[in-house]
Design a protein around this ligand. Structure first.
Ligand code: G3H
Length: 254
């Protein structure tokens, strides 16, 4: 029975890879939103996939979020030549879930280095341009991010992420009214993959992912199914690491 179960997930992995147009989908059994042990497994699976693609002296860009925090918990190999950078500047998350924190934690586990972005949230485009023009350190990190060999990022439900990042109620209503269901890297996407709202910051946008060697998304739980379809639909994604609950719900959508 166990072998049939695993075989069933392998079929589902292949089916979703074709439907979501991804190079690879990895599905772990269970529901990470209902069970903290499964969420830890999702982090372990993501750390395992990361170790498969990580070569010498690579730069890894990472997003924030609770799922990415479980990846940081699970890293148990060393890669001392690695540099870890946050994929984006601040998005208004609590410190444990900020990309800077996750980057520093993963770098510590790998025995590598990190470079962080110290950019306040909610700056205007002009203010960001002014920082980039005047601060060589921010510019250097922004360049490293855009040339990362690997990006690993979480995916969230649009309305939930907008609220968690403390966006004003009016903005949350606007994001929802525009049909956004998924969020990654501060970009809010509709089920057909259109980006309808962007949080200003320095770093990667979904449109820049073609310059990144490999893009790995990590997200589980059935309530994230539409969000996963939305973000993968926006393009640039290579590998999805998810759980059975999300995978079966995605199957029902596409
Ligand atoms: O952008 C997506 C979020 O970082 C996902 O956060 O892993 O806590 O659900 P989460």
């Amino acid at each position: 029975a166990y072998i049939r179960l695993v075989r069933g997930l392998t079929d589902l992995e292949e089916e979703l890879a074709v439907k979501l147009r991804l190079e690879r989908v990895v599905i772990i059994p269970g529901d990470s939103q209902a069970d903290a042990a499964v969420q830890r497994e999702l982090g372990r699976a993501a750390a395992g996939v990361l170790s498969q693609y990580l070569g010498d002296n690579m730069t890894i860009a990472v997003s924030g979020g609770s799922t990415m925090a479980t990846l940081a918990d699970a890293v148990q190999f060393s890669a001392p030549g690695t540099t870890v950078v946050p994929a984006r500047g601040g998005l208004g998350e609590q410190v444990e879930y900020q990309a800077n924190t996750i980057a520093a934690r993963i770098a510590g586990k790998l025995g590598g280095r990190y470079r962080l972005l110290h950019i306040p949230d909610g700056l205007s485009e002009e203010a960001l341009e002014a920082i980039l023009a005047s601060d060589g350190n921010v510019r250097a990190v922004a360049d490293m991010i855009k040339r990362a060999h690997i990006l690993v990022h979480g995916i969230g439900q649009a309305a939930q992420m907008a609220a968690r990042r403390g966006l004003p109620a009016e903005t949350i209503r606007e994001i929802t009214a525009r049909g956004a269901v998924g969020e990654a890297l501060g970009q809010y996407c509709t089920i057909t993959g259109d980006v309808v709202y962007v949080t200003n910051s320095v770093g990667l946008r979904l449109a820049d992912l073609t310059g990144i060697g490999r893009v790995i998304a990590v997200a589980g739980g059935s309530s994230k199914a539409a969000a996963i379809v939305a973000v993968t639909g926006a393009g640039g994604q290579d590998i999805l690491i998810t759980d059975e609950a999300a995978a079966r719900a995605i199957q029902g959508i596409i």
